[in-house]
Design a protein around this ligand. Structure first.
Ligand code: NAD
Length: 492
Protein backbone atom coordinates (compact mmCIF):
# COMPACT_ATOMS: atom_id res chain seq x y z
CA UNK A 1 0.00 0.00 0.00
CA UNK A 2 1.57 3.31 -0.99
CA UNK A 3 0.29 6.87 -0.89
CA UNK A 4 0.11 7.25 -4.69
CA UNK A 5 -2.28 4.28 -5.03
CA UNK A 6 -4.48 5.73 -2.29
CA UNK A 7 -4.45 9.17 -3.91
CA UNK A 8 -5.65 7.71 -7.23
CA UNK A 9 -8.55 5.92 -5.53
CA UNK A 10 -9.62 8.83 -3.34
CA UNK A 11 -10.65 11.02 -6.27
CA UNK A 12 -12.76 8.40 -8.06
CA UNK A 13 -16.28 9.54 -8.86
CA UNK A 14 -18.91 7.51 -7.03
CA UNK A 15 -22.15 6.89 -8.94
CA UNK A 16 -25.51 7.26 -7.19
CA UNK A 17 -26.19 3.98 -5.39
CA UNK A 18 -29.14 1.58 -5.61
CA UNK A 19 -30.68 -1.19 -3.53
CA UNK A 20 -29.70 -4.78 -4.39
CA UNK A 21 -32.76 -6.99 -4.52
CA UNK A 22 -33.11 -10.47 -6.06
CA UNK A 23 -29.75 -10.24 -7.82
CA UNK A 24 -30.43 -6.88 -9.48
CA UNK A 25 -29.64 -3.25 -8.73
CA UNK A 26 -32.93 -1.47 -8.22
CA UNK A 27 -33.12 2.31 -8.43
CA UNK A 28 -34.42 3.72 -5.14
CA UNK A 29 -37.63 5.77 -4.93
CA UNK A 30 -36.01 8.23 -2.56
CA UNK A 31 -32.38 9.02 -1.81
CA UNK A 32 -30.12 10.29 0.98
CA UNK A 33 -27.11 12.54 0.41
CA UNK A 34 -23.75 11.04 1.49
CA UNK A 35 -21.11 13.47 2.75
CA UNK A 36 -17.53 12.60 3.61
CA UNK A 37 -16.33 13.11 7.20
CA UNK A 38 -12.89 13.89 5.72
CA UNK A 39 -13.90 17.29 4.29
CA UNK A 40 -17.68 17.59 4.59
CA UNK A 41 -18.08 17.37 0.81
CA UNK A 42 -20.82 15.46 -0.96
CA UNK A 43 -19.77 12.00 -2.21
CA UNK A 44 -22.91 10.61 -3.83
CA UNK A 45 -26.43 9.44 -2.88
CA UNK A 46 -27.72 6.16 -1.47
CA UNK A 47 -31.26 4.79 -1.49
CA UNK A 48 -33.61 5.61 1.35
CA UNK A 49 -35.61 2.37 1.45
CA UNK A 50 -39.29 2.48 2.37
CA UNK A 51 -41.48 -0.34 3.72
CA UNK A 52 -42.35 -1.56 0.24
CA UNK A 53 -38.70 -1.85 -0.83
CA UNK A 54 -37.92 -3.76 2.38
CA UNK A 55 -40.88 -6.06 1.58
CA UNK A 56 -39.46 -6.76 -1.86
CA UNK A 57 -36.05 -7.61 -0.39
CA UNK A 58 -37.59 -9.96 2.18
CA UNK A 59 -39.75 -11.63 -0.49
CA UNK A 60 -36.67 -12.23 -2.66
CA UNK A 61 -34.79 -13.72 0.30
CA UNK A 62 -37.76 -15.95 1.15
CA UNK A 63 -38.13 -17.21 -2.43
CA UNK A 64 -34.42 -18.00 -2.71
CA UNK A 65 -34.48 -19.85 0.60
CA UNK A 66 -37.61 -21.87 -0.07
CA UNK A 67 -36.61 -23.08 -3.53
CA UNK A 68 -33.31 -24.40 -2.13
CA UNK A 69 -31.03 -22.73 -4.71
CA UNK A 70 -28.59 -22.03 -1.89
CA UNK A 71 -29.93 -23.77 1.21
CA UNK A 72 -29.84 -27.16 -0.54
CA UNK A 73 -26.77 -26.56 -2.72
CA UNK A 74 -24.10 -29.17 -1.84
CA UNK A 75 -21.78 -27.81 0.86
CA UNK A 76 -18.69 -28.20 -1.34
CA UNK A 77 -20.27 -25.93 -4.00
CA UNK A 78 -21.29 -23.29 -1.43
CA UNK A 79 -17.81 -23.41 0.03
CA UNK A 80 -16.26 -22.68 -3.38
CA UNK A 81 -18.43 -19.57 -3.83
CA UNK A 82 -17.55 -18.29 -0.36
CA UNK A 83 -13.84 -18.73 -1.04
CA UNK A 84 -14.34 -16.85 -4.32
CA UNK A 85 -15.93 -13.99 -2.38
CA UNK A 86 -12.81 -13.89 -0.16
CA UNK A 87 -10.55 -13.96 -3.23
CA UNK A 88 -12.39 -11.00 -4.75
CA UNK A 89 -12.29 -9.03 -1.49
CA UNK A 90 -8.53 -9.57 -1.33
CA UNK A 91 -8.11 -8.58 -4.98
CA UNK A 92 -10.04 -5.34 -4.36
CA UNK A 93 -8.82 -4.72 -0.80
CA UNK A 94 -7.39 -1.23 -1.24
CA UNK A 95 -10.33 -0.06 -3.36
CA UNK A 96 -12.78 -1.30 -0.69
CA UNK A 97 -10.77 0.22 2.14
CA UNK A 98 -10.41 3.65 0.52
CA UNK A 99 -14.10 3.76 -0.42
CA UNK A 100 -15.05 2.91 3.16
CA UNK A 101 -12.68 5.52 4.59
CA UNK A 102 -14.12 8.24 2.34
CA UNK A 103 -17.50 7.30 3.82
CA UNK A 104 -16.69 6.79 7.52
CA UNK A 105 -13.28 8.39 8.23
CA UNK A 106 -11.32 5.46 9.76
CA UNK A 107 -7.56 5.89 9.34
CA UNK A 108 -6.50 3.87 6.28
CA UNK A 109 -3.80 1.85 8.09
CA UNK A 110 -6.42 0.43 10.42
CA UNK A 111 -9.15 0.20 7.76
CA UNK A 112 -7.13 -1.97 5.40
CA UNK A 113 -6.57 -4.60 8.11
CA UNK A 114 -9.87 -4.37 9.94
CA UNK A 115 -12.15 -4.05 6.92
CA UNK A 116 -11.27 -6.03 3.75
CA UNK A 117 -8.56 -7.92 5.64
CA UNK A 118 -10.81 -9.29 8.34
CA UNK A 119 -13.86 -9.63 6.04
CA UNK A 120 -11.90 -11.91 3.68
CA UNK A 121 -10.63 -13.96 6.63
CA UNK A 122 -14.15 -14.29 7.96
CA UNK A 123 -15.51 -15.58 4.62
CA UNK A 124 -12.68 -18.14 4.46
CA UNK A 125 -13.27 -19.28 8.06
CA UNK A 126 -16.99 -19.96 7.47
CA UNK A 127 -16.39 -21.37 3.96
CA UNK A 128 -14.24 -24.00 5.65
CA UNK A 129 -16.84 -24.56 8.38
CA UNK A 130 -19.60 -25.46 5.89
CA UNK A 131 -18.57 -29.08 5.47
CA UNK A 132 -17.27 -29.64 8.97
CA UNK A 133 -20.42 -29.35 11.07
CA UNK A 134 -21.81 -32.83 11.69
CA UNK A 135 -25.12 -33.95 13.18
CA UNK A 136 -25.39 -36.40 16.07
CA UNK A 137 -27.00 -39.73 16.85
CA UNK A 138 -28.75 -39.82 20.21
CA UNK A 139 -27.96 -42.64 22.70
CA UNK A 140 -31.39 -44.33 22.40
CA UNK A 141 -32.70 -47.84 23.00
CA UNK A 142 -32.01 -50.37 20.24
CA UNK A 143 -35.42 -50.11 18.55
CA UNK A 144 -35.19 -46.36 17.94
CA UNK A 145 -32.90 -44.03 15.99
CA UNK A 146 -32.68 -40.45 17.32
CA UNK A 147 -31.03 -38.00 14.91
CA UNK A 148 -30.04 -34.46 15.82
CA UNK A 149 -29.14 -32.14 12.98
CA UNK A 150 -28.69 -28.44 12.35
CA UNK A 151 -30.85 -26.68 9.78
CA UNK A 152 -30.71 -23.12 8.45
CA UNK A 153 -33.41 -20.94 9.99
CA UNK A 154 -34.65 -19.18 6.82
CA UNK A 155 -34.54 -15.43 6.29
CA UNK A 156 -32.01 -13.47 8.35
CA UNK A 157 -32.29 -9.70 8.78
CA UNK A 158 -28.98 -7.98 9.58
CA UNK A 159 -28.64 -4.36 10.69
CA UNK A 160 -25.09 -3.09 11.09
CA UNK A 161 -23.35 0.06 12.38
CA UNK A 162 -20.97 2.48 10.73
CA UNK A 163 -17.71 1.91 12.53
CA UNK A 164 -16.49 -1.22 10.69
CA UNK A 165 -19.12 -2.06 8.06
CA UNK A 166 -17.18 -4.73 6.15
CA UNK A 167 -15.83 -6.52 9.20
CA UNK A 168 -19.08 -6.49 11.17
CA UNK A 169 -21.20 -7.16 8.06
CA UNK A 170 -19.00 -10.19 7.26
CA UNK A 171 -19.40 -11.42 10.85
CA UNK A 172 -23.16 -11.64 10.08
CA UNK A 173 -23.30 -12.55 6.38
CA UNK A 174 -20.61 -15.25 6.29
CA UNK A 175 -21.96 -17.54 9.05
CA UNK A 176 -25.56 -16.85 7.95
CA UNK A 177 -24.98 -18.04 4.39
CA UNK A 178 -22.53 -20.76 5.43
CA UNK A 179 -25.43 -22.25 7.38
CA UNK A 180 -27.65 -22.03 4.25
CA UNK A 181 -29.82 -19.01 5.08
CA UNK A 182 -30.80 -16.10 2.83
CA UNK A 183 -30.36 -12.58 4.13
CA UNK A 184 -31.52 -8.97 3.94
CA UNK A 185 -28.84 -6.59 5.20
CA UNK A 186 -29.11 -2.91 6.00
CA UNK A 187 -25.86 -0.99 6.46
CA UNK A 188 -25.77 2.25 8.45
CA UNK A 189 -26.85 5.36 6.53
CA UNK A 190 -23.43 6.99 7.08
CA UNK A 191 -21.38 3.97 5.94
CA UNK A 192 -23.06 2.02 3.15
CA UNK A 193 -20.71 2.50 0.20
CA UNK A 194 -18.08 -0.18 0.82
CA UNK A 195 -20.79 -2.69 1.71
CA UNK A 196 -22.57 -2.03 -1.60
CA UNK A 197 -19.29 -2.66 -3.45
CA UNK A 198 -18.79 -5.89 -1.50
CA UNK A 199 -22.34 -6.90 -2.50
CA UNK A 200 -21.33 -6.52 -6.14
CA UNK A 201 -18.34 -8.79 -5.51
CA UNK A 202 -20.57 -11.43 -3.87
CA UNK A 203 -22.72 -11.51 -7.02
CA UNK A 204 -19.61 -11.71 -9.21
CA UNK A 205 -18.42 -14.67 -7.11
CA UNK A 206 -21.59 -16.57 -8.01
CA UNK A 207 -23.79 -16.14 -4.93
CA UNK A 208 -27.24 -16.94 -6.37
CA UNK A 209 -29.85 -14.21 -6.83
CA UNK A 210 -31.92 -13.43 -3.76
CA UNK A 211 -29.50 -14.96 -1.23
CA UNK A 212 -28.02 -11.55 -0.33
CA UNK A 213 -30.31 -8.52 -0.58
CA UNK A 214 -29.15 -5.08 0.53
CA UNK A 215 -31.38 -2.11 1.30
CA UNK A 216 -29.90 1.17 2.45
CA UNK A 217 -31.46 4.07 4.30
CA UNK A 218 -32.79 5.27 7.60
CA UNK A 219 -32.84 3.02 10.62
CA UNK A 220 -36.11 4.55 11.71
CA UNK A 221 -37.76 3.56 8.41
CA UNK A 222 -35.99 0.60 6.75
CA UNK A 223 -34.57 -0.76 10.02
CA UNK A 224 -37.95 -0.53 11.71
CA UNK A 225 -39.63 -2.24 8.74
CA UNK A 226 -37.16 -5.11 9.08
CA UNK A 227 -37.68 -5.32 12.83
CA UNK A 228 -41.45 -5.55 12.39
CA UNK A 229 -41.39 -7.84 9.33
CA UNK A 230 -43.29 -11.07 9.85
CA UNK A 231 -41.22 -13.00 7.31
CA UNK A 232 -37.82 -12.33 8.86
CA UNK A 233 -37.02 -15.28 11.13
CA UNK A 234 -34.00 -13.95 12.98
CA UNK A 235 -32.63 -10.45 13.36
CA UNK A 236 -28.93 -9.91 14.04
CA UNK A 237 -27.82 -6.47 15.06
CA UNK A 238 -24.71 -4.52 15.99
CA UNK A 239 -25.20 -1.00 17.28
CA UNK A 240 -26.43 0.98 20.25
CA UNK A 241 -28.43 -0.26 23.21
CA UNK A 242 -31.07 2.34 22.41
CA UNK A 243 -31.83 0.69 19.04
CA UNK A 244 -31.29 -2.80 20.48
CA UNK A 245 -34.18 -2.20 22.87
CA UNK A 246 -36.38 -1.10 19.98
CA UNK A 247 -35.61 -4.30 18.07
CA UNK A 248 -36.76 -6.40 21.02
CA UNK A 249 -40.02 -4.43 21.03
CA UNK A 250 -40.47 -4.88 17.25
CA UNK A 251 -40.00 -8.61 17.68
CA UNK A 252 -42.60 -8.74 20.45
CA UNK A 253 -45.04 -6.72 18.33
CA UNK A 254 -44.58 -8.88 15.20
CA UNK A 255 -43.58 -12.53 14.92
CA UNK A 256 -41.35 -13.09 17.98
CA UNK A 257 -38.37 -13.35 15.65
CA UNK A 258 -35.16 -14.18 17.47
CA UNK A 259 -33.10 -11.05 18.13
CA UNK A 260 -29.32 -11.14 18.69
CA UNK A 261 -27.71 -7.93 19.88
CA UNK A 262 -24.05 -6.87 19.84
CA UNK A 263 -24.15 -3.55 21.70
CA UNK A 264 -21.88 -0.98 23.27
CA UNK A 265 -19.38 -0.94 26.08
CA UNK A 266 -17.59 1.12 28.71
CA UNK A 267 -14.67 -1.20 28.98
CA UNK A 268 -12.18 -1.07 31.88
CA UNK A 269 -8.47 -1.27 31.11
CA UNK A 270 -6.66 -1.99 34.39
CA UNK A 271 -2.98 -1.13 34.89
CA UNK A 272 -1.32 -2.63 37.97
CA UNK A 273 1.94 -1.36 39.44
CA UNK A 274 3.53 -4.74 38.69
CA UNK A 275 3.01 -4.32 34.94
CA UNK A 276 6.26 -5.37 33.26
CA UNK A 277 6.64 -2.19 31.23
CA UNK A 278 4.60 0.91 32.12
CA UNK A 279 5.60 2.61 28.86
CA UNK A 280 4.30 -0.36 26.83
CA UNK A 281 1.09 -0.34 28.90
CA UNK A 282 0.64 3.37 28.12
CA UNK A 283 1.14 2.83 24.39
CA UNK A 284 -1.23 -0.19 24.36
CA UNK A 285 -3.82 1.79 26.31
CA UNK A 286 -3.56 4.78 23.95
CA UNK A 287 -4.19 2.47 20.99
CA UNK A 288 -6.97 0.76 22.94
CA UNK A 289 -9.00 3.97 23.20
CA UNK A 290 -7.97 6.37 20.42
CA UNK A 291 -7.75 4.26 17.24
CA UNK A 292 -10.60 5.00 14.82
CA UNK A 293 -11.29 8.10 16.95
CA UNK A 294 -12.53 5.86 19.77
CA UNK A 295 -15.31 4.48 17.56
CA UNK A 296 -14.59 0.91 18.55
CA UNK A 297 -17.15 -1.09 20.52
CA UNK A 298 -14.46 -2.74 22.67
CA UNK A 299 -12.50 0.52 23.22
CA UNK A 300 -10.81 0.63 26.64
CA UNK A 301 -12.51 3.88 27.62
CA UNK A 302 -12.12 3.56 31.40
CA UNK A 303 -8.43 3.47 32.32
CA UNK A 304 -8.01 2.17 35.88
CA UNK A 305 -4.52 2.89 37.26
CA UNK A 306 -3.02 1.70 40.54
CA UNK A 307 -2.40 4.76 42.71
CA UNK A 308 1.32 4.01 43.28
CA UNK A 309 2.05 4.44 39.53
CA UNK A 310 -0.64 6.98 38.68
CA UNK A 311 1.70 9.92 37.98
CA UNK A 312 4.21 7.83 36.05
CA UNK A 313 1.51 6.18 33.92
CA UNK A 314 -0.43 9.39 33.29
CA UNK A 315 2.69 11.23 32.12
CA UNK A 316 3.38 8.46 29.55
CA UNK A 317 -0.30 8.06 28.57
CA UNK A 318 -0.83 11.79 27.91
CA UNK A 319 2.52 12.06 26.10
CA UNK A 320 1.59 9.24 23.70
CA UNK A 321 -1.96 10.56 23.24
CA UNK A 322 -0.61 14.00 22.32
CA UNK A 323 1.88 12.43 19.90
CA UNK A 324 -0.90 10.96 17.74
CA UNK A 325 -1.29 12.69 14.39
CA UNK A 326 -4.99 13.34 13.87
CA UNK A 327 -6.07 14.32 10.37
CA UNK A 328 -6.90 13.19 6.84
CA UNK A 329 -7.49 9.44 7.28
CA UNK A 330 -6.22 8.75 3.74
CA UNK A 331 -2.81 10.23 4.53
CA UNK A 332 -0.57 7.35 5.62
CA UNK A 333 1.36 9.55 8.05
CA UNK A 334 -1.73 10.16 10.20
CA UNK A 335 -2.47 7.83 13.12
CA UNK A 336 -6.11 8.78 13.71
CA UNK A 337 -8.73 9.84 11.15
CA UNK A 338 -12.09 11.58 11.29
CA UNK A 339 -15.14 11.17 13.50
CA UNK A 340 -17.79 9.57 11.28
CA UNK A 341 -20.45 12.29 11.38
CA UNK A 342 -20.96 15.81 12.62
CA UNK A 343 -23.76 14.46 14.85
CA UNK A 344 -21.35 12.03 16.54
CA UNK A 345 -18.75 14.80 16.94
CA UNK A 346 -21.34 17.06 18.61
CA UNK A 347 -22.27 14.21 20.96
CA UNK A 348 -18.60 13.66 21.87
CA UNK A 349 -18.16 17.36 22.69
CA UNK A 350 -21.34 17.21 24.79
CA UNK A 351 -19.79 14.39 26.86
CA UNK A 352 -16.66 16.57 27.35
CA UNK A 353 -18.77 19.47 28.69
CA UNK A 354 -20.67 17.17 31.03
CA UNK A 355 -17.43 15.64 32.39
CA UNK A 356 -16.01 19.12 33.07
CA UNK A 357 -19.21 20.16 34.85
CA UNK A 358 -19.16 17.01 36.97
CA UNK A 359 -15.64 17.81 38.23
CA UNK A 360 -13.34 15.56 36.16
CA UNK A 361 -9.94 17.07 35.33
CA UNK A 362 -9.22 17.63 31.64
CA UNK A 363 -5.55 16.75 30.99
CA UNK A 364 -5.46 17.11 27.23
CA UNK A 365 -7.75 17.54 24.19
CA UNK A 366 -11.45 18.20 24.55
CA UNK A 367 -11.81 20.15 21.29
CA UNK A 368 -12.72 19.86 17.67
CA UNK A 369 -9.57 20.34 15.55
CA UNK A 370 -8.65 20.84 11.84
CA UNK A 371 -11.87 22.80 11.33
CA UNK A 372 -10.51 24.43 8.17
CA UNK A 373 -10.62 21.02 6.46
CA UNK A 374 -14.43 21.03 6.65
CA UNK A 375 -14.24 17.52 8.19
CA UNK A 376 -14.98 16.13 11.67
CA UNK A 377 -11.82 15.81 13.73
CA UNK A 378 -11.41 15.65 17.48
CA UNK A 379 -8.27 15.77 19.63
CA UNK A 380 -7.54 12.68 21.75
CA UNK A 381 -9.01 13.66 25.09
CA UNK A 382 -7.95 12.51 28.56
CA UNK A 383 -9.81 13.17 31.82
CA UNK A 384 -8.43 12.14 35.21
CA UNK A 385 -10.04 12.16 38.68
CA UNK A 386 -13.08 10.38 37.27
CA UNK A 387 -15.26 8.52 39.76
CA UNK A 388 -17.80 5.77 39.12
CA UNK A 389 -20.70 8.09 39.87
CA UNK A 390 -19.82 10.43 36.98
CA UNK A 391 -21.53 10.02 33.63
CA UNK A 392 -18.13 9.73 31.93
CA UNK A 393 -17.58 6.49 33.87
CA UNK A 394 -20.99 5.08 32.98
CA UNK A 395 -22.07 6.31 29.52
CA UNK A 396 -20.50 5.12 26.28
CA UNK A 397 -19.04 8.14 24.43
CA UNK A 398 -18.04 6.25 21.26
CA UNK A 399 -15.41 8.91 20.64
CA UNK A 400 -11.74 9.65 21.53
CA UNK A 401 -12.31 10.30 25.23
CA UNK A 402 -10.49 8.38 28.00
CA UNK A 403 -11.69 8.45 31.60
CA UNK A 404 -8.81 7.78 34.01
CA UNK A 405 -9.75 6.43 37.44
CA UNK A 406 -7.45 5.20 40.21
CA UNK A 407 -7.54 2.33 42.67
CA UNK A 408 -5.64 1.10 45.73
CA UNK A 409 -5.60 -2.69 45.38
CA UNK A 410 -6.86 -5.62 43.30
CA UNK A 411 -10.20 -5.90 45.12
CA UNK A 412 -10.98 -2.25 44.47
CA UNK A 413 -9.92 -2.59 40.81
CA UNK A 414 -12.38 -5.45 40.33
CA UNK A 415 -15.16 -3.52 42.07
CA UNK A 416 -14.66 -0.44 39.86
CA UNK A 417 -14.22 -2.54 36.68
CA UNK A 418 -17.55 -4.29 37.30
CA UNK A 419 -19.44 -1.13 38.28
CA UNK A 420 -21.01 -0.76 34.84
CA UNK A 421 -24.18 -1.75 33.00
CA UNK A 422 -21.93 -2.94 30.17
CA UNK A 423 -19.73 -6.02 29.92
CA UNK A 424 -18.14 -6.15 26.50
CA UNK A 425 -14.35 -6.05 26.96
CA UNK A 426 -11.56 -5.37 29.45
CA UNK A 427 -7.77 -5.16 29.66
CA UNK A 428 -5.35 -6.09 32.43
CA UNK A 429 -1.65 -5.17 32.57
CA UNK A 430 0.36 -7.17 35.10
CA UNK A 431 3.47 -9.37 35.25
CA UNK A 432 1.85 -11.60 37.90
CA UNK A 433 0.37 -14.65 36.17
CA UNK A 434 -1.88 -15.58 39.08
CA UNK A 435 -3.24 -12.05 39.28
CA UNK A 436 -3.89 -12.07 35.52
CA UNK A 437 -5.96 -15.27 35.83
CA UNK A 438 -7.82 -13.96 38.88
CA UNK A 439 -8.73 -10.81 36.94
CA UNK A 440 -9.89 -12.82 33.91
CA UNK A 441 -12.20 -14.75 36.24
CA UNK A 442 -13.45 -11.70 38.16
CA UNK A 443 -14.22 -9.19 35.41
CA UNK A 444 -17.72 -9.55 34.00
CA UNK A 445 -17.07 -9.06 30.30
CA UNK A 446 -16.99 -11.10 27.11
CA UNK A 447 -13.26 -10.67 26.53
CA UNK A 448 -10.38 -9.82 28.86
CA UNK A 449 -7.13 -8.81 27.14
CA UNK A 450 -3.96 -9.47 29.15
CA UNK A 451 -0.86 -7.31 28.53
CA UNK A 452 -2.34 -6.10 25.23
CA UNK A 453 -5.54 -4.38 24.15
CA UNK A 454 -7.46 -5.54 21.08
CA UNK A 455 -6.58 -7.97 18.34
CA UNK A 456 -8.71 -11.13 18.83
CA UNK A 457 -9.35 -12.72 15.43
CA UNK A 458 -12.24 -14.70 13.94
CA UNK A 459 -11.25 -17.87 15.83
CA UNK A 460 -12.61 -16.53 19.16
CA UNK A 461 -16.18 -15.38 19.86
CA UNK A 462 -17.12 -11.78 20.61
CA UNK A 463 -19.80 -11.91 23.25
CA UNK A 464 -21.46 -9.17 25.26
CA UNK A 465 -22.21 -9.70 28.94
CA UNK A 466 -24.87 -7.65 30.77
CA UNK A 467 -26.25 -4.81 28.58
CA UNK A 468 -23.55 -5.32 25.95
CA UNK A 469 -25.68 -7.92 24.22
CA UNK A 470 -26.43 -11.59 23.74
CA UNK A 471 -25.21 -14.33 21.40
CA UNK A 472 -21.79 -14.27 19.76
CA UNK A 473 -20.21 -13.04 16.56
CA UNK A 474 -17.14 -14.89 15.16
CA UNK A 475 -15.92 -18.47 15.74
CA UNK A 476 -18.02 -21.63 15.41
CA UNK A 477 -20.31 -20.33 18.17
CA UNK A 478 -21.77 -17.73 15.79
CA UNK A 479 -23.32 -20.54 13.74
CA UNK A 480 -25.75 -21.21 16.61
CA UNK A 481 -27.55 -17.94 15.78
CA UNK A 482 -28.19 -19.07 12.21
CA UNK A 483 -29.27 -22.69 12.75
CA UNK A 484 -32.20 -24.56 14.27
CA UNK A 485 -31.79 -27.91 15.97
CA UNK A 486 -33.98 -30.52 14.23
CA UNK A 487 -34.47 -33.98 15.65
CA UNK A 488 -35.84 -37.10 14.03
CA UNK A 489 -37.21 -39.98 16.15
CA UNK A 490 -37.36 -43.12 14.03
CA UNK A 491 -38.95 -46.38 15.15
CA UNK A 492 -36.84 -49.22 13.75
P1 NAD B 1 -26.99 2.77 15.99
O1 NAD B 1 -27.65 1.87 16.97
O2 NAD B 1 -27.35 4.19 15.99
O3 NAD B 1 -27.22 2.26 14.51
C1 NAD B 1 -26.95 0.92 14.15
C2 NAD B 1 -27.85 0.52 13.00
O4 NAD B 1 -29.21 0.55 13.46
C3 NAD B 1 -27.79 1.46 11.78
O5 NAD B 1 -27.84 0.68 10.60
C4 NAD B 1 -29.06 2.28 11.93
O6 NAD B 1 -29.55 2.73 10.69
C5 NAD B 1 -30.01 1.26 12.54
N1 NAD B 1 -31.15 1.84 13.25
C6 NAD B 1 -31.24 3.08 13.83
N2 NAD B 1 -32.48 3.26 14.36
C7 NAD B 1 -33.17 2.11 14.12
C8 NAD B 1 -34.49 1.68 14.42
N3 NAD B 1 -35.36 2.44 15.09
N4 NAD B 1 -34.87 0.44 14.03
C9 NAD B 1 -34.01 -0.38 13.37
N5 NAD B 1 -32.75 0.00 13.03
C10 NAD B 1 -32.33 1.21 13.42
O7 NAD B 1 -25.42 2.51 16.23
P2 NAD B 1 -24.21 3.23 15.50
O8 NAD B 1 -24.15 4.62 16.01
O9 NAD B 1 -24.26 2.96 14.04
O10 NAD B 1 -22.98 2.38 16.08
C11 NAD B 1 -22.40 2.66 17.29
C12 NAD B 1 -22.84 1.68 18.35
O11 NAD B 1 -22.57 0.34 17.92
C13 NAD B 1 -22.07 1.85 19.63
O12 NAD B 1 -22.93 1.73 20.71
C14 NAD B 1 -21.08 0.69 19.59
O13 NAD B 1 -20.57 0.30 20.83
C15 NAD B 1 -21.90 -0.37 18.96
N6 NAD B 1 -21.04 -1.43 18.40
C16 NAD B 1 -21.04 -2.66 19.00
C17 NAD B 1 -20.23 -3.68 18.50
C18 NAD B 1 -20.22 -5.06 19.13
O14 NAD B 1 -19.75 -5.99 18.49
N7 NAD B 1 -20.72 -5.22 20.34
C19 NAD B 1 -19.42 -3.44 17.39
C20 NAD B 1 -19.44 -2.15 16.81
C21 NAD B 1 -20.27 -1.16 17.32
Amino acid sequence: MDQSQIDLLRVRQIAPQSHFIDGRWQAPREVLEVTSPIDGKSLTTIGRADHDEVDQAVAAARKSFDDGRWSRMPPAARKKIMHRIADLIEAHALELAVLGVRDNGTEIGMAIKAEPGSAAGTFRFYAEAIDKVYGEVAPTADNVLGLIQKEPIGVVGAIIPWNFPLMIGAWKLAPAIAAGNSIVLKPAEVASLSWLRLTELCAEAGLPDGVLNVVTGKGTVAGEAMGLHKDIDVLVFTGSGFVGRKLLEYSARSNLKRVYLELGGKSPNVIFDDAKDIEAAAIGSVNGIFRNSGQVCVAGSRILVQRSIKDQFLEAFVRHAEALNVGDPLNLTNDVGAVTSSTQLAQNLGHVDKAKNEGATLLTGGDQINQASGGNYMAPTVFSDVSSTMSLAQEEVFGPVAAVMDFEDEAQAVAIANDSDYGLAAGVWTADLSRAHRMVRSIRSGVVHVNCYGGPDVTVPLTGFKQSGNGSDKSMYALDKYTDLKTAWIQL
